[in-house]
Design a protein around this ligand. Structure first.
Ligand code: AMP
Length: 404
């Protein structure tokens, strides 16, 4: 079954076409960027007809709006000589990544009028993302009017959190009237790696207590008790929690007032400072972990401290999630940094023997692909590296929902 996964941003559309069967595989992927600007870019990779290799290319062109971007994607998919499919009717459904489902969505859902209205109602909670996701849905419905469209929400996996974990200690009506609470993000990734961990460990997910650590440009952790999320580090917005590439994560909530008064910064300035100029970039000048590690290896003191701050925050959350879970079966590292940077994993897990979390440094330093176990033989909890694949998970969820 062929499923197209779409992730629409304010000026971009990312896509992957999956062929889901005995072996799930990507047969075409790409991104249309700088939509609406003078020059747009279309970067794509597609399997050639008959499986005779891949073609990769980037073209400069003018893509005036998202509808034109979607048309270009269809042309690339269906191209008679190089396309991965012969007819767009071969696509059975479209899965959309939608950032904020608020409290309305606990699981993926087929998109209809009501669902669109609910995503619109959540715009105040994700003003930068939900409007673009809605544009993606609209243009996909115009381009593929006869096939089901499914929304998969970043927030849905975390909807099982109990009130004590999601409520802020603010006047209660802030939550009751305006939905101000912790929602959490990266849910697709956390749930994907949790399922993979259960498969790897040969045990049912609903018997496992896990701490999942997604470390990409954005970063978050989840505490998963008997298969369900009971806490997560991101909050009402993706700014909370861990130190990220450019985001501060947790800070003293009074700091914005202090900055406004002391440095005469506007709300917009502070928003930019915390979201775009903080995190690793703020501490040592770059948000790219590879560069931070290189700088540290070259003796740069700021980079060393940035990495310490980054890992210490994660380590503290491992401790607090251990307390929330009571006992722990596995800690899971995923995403660009979690999968690739042994130094960070070592800093996060070192000295946690008292909690039954013991890293094996030799295993941790070995490069490899796929799922890897990096705990010592005597460790009570496993420590796993599990590559994430949010798009595949969206495709699988989409398939599941249209088959039922
Ligand atoms: P993601 O958002 O999952 O693509 O992760 C992006 C982050 O992962 C960036 O900080 C990258 O520098 C980092 N990253 C990706 N691959 C590697 C690698 N092989 N070694 C070190 N850092 C990496």
């Amino acid at each position: 079954m062929k499923i197209l996964v779409i992730n629409t941003g304010s000026s971009s559309i990312k896509y992957q076409l999956f062929d889901l069967g005995s072996q799930d595989k990507v047969i075409a992927s790409g991104i249309v960027e700088k939509i609406g600007e003078d020059i747009s870019f279309v970067t794509y990779k597609r399997i050639l007809p008959g499986g005779s290799g891949f073609e990769e290319n980037t073209e400069e062109c003018s893509i005036g709006d998202h509808a034109k971007g979607m048309n270009r994607i269809v042309d690339l998919l269906v191209d008679s000589t190089h396309g991965s499919i012969k007819d767009k009717k071969e696509i059975s459904a479209i899965g959309h990544r939608v950032v904020h489902g608020g409290e309305a969505f606990h699981s993926p859902t087929i998109i209809d009028e009501e669902v669109i209205k609910a995503i619109e109602r959540n715009i105040p909670l994700a003003p930068l993302h939900n409007p673009s996701n809605l544009v993606g849905i609209e243009v996909a419905e115009l381009t593929f009017p006869d096939i089901p469209q499914v929304a998969v929400f970043d927030t849905a996996f975390h909807q099982t959190m109990p009130m004590k974990a999601f409520l802020y200690a603010l006047p209660l009506e802030m939550y009751k009237k305006n939905g101000i609470r912790r929602y959490g993000f990266h849910g697709t990734s956390h749930s994907y790696v949790a399922e993979k961990a259960a498969e790897y460990m040969g045990r049912p997910l609903n018997e496992l207590n896990l701490i999942t650590i997604h470390l990409g440009n954005g970063a978050s952790m989840a505490a998963i008790k008997e298969g369900e999320c009971v806490d997560t580090t991101m909050g009402m917005t993706p700014l909370a929690g861990l130190v990220m590439g450019t985001r501060s994560g947790d800070i003293d909530p009074a700091l914005p007032f202090f900055m406004a008064e002391r440095f005469r910064l506007s709300l917009k300035d502070i928003d930019t400072l915390l979201n775009k100029d903080s995190g690793l970039k703020g501490l040592c000048g770059t948000n790219d972990m590879r560069e931070v590690i290189d700088q540290k290896d070259a003796g740069d003191e700021d980079s060393k401290i940035a990495l310490d701050v980054y890992a210490y925050r994660i380590k503290k959350y491992i401790g607090s999630y251990f307390a929330a879970l009571g006992n722990l079966d596995a800690v899971i590292f995923t995403a660009g940094i979690g999968e690739n940077v042994s130094y960070i994993r070592e800093l996060c897990c070192g000295g946690l023997d008292g909690l039954g979390i013991e890293i094996d440094l030799e295993r941790n330093n070995k490069n490899g692909n796929g799922i890897r176990e990096i705990n010592s033989a005597g460790s009570k909890s496993k420590i796993l590296i599990i590559p994430t694949d949010e798009e595949l998970k969206i495709a699988q969820e989409t398939k599941k929902i249209i088959e039922n």
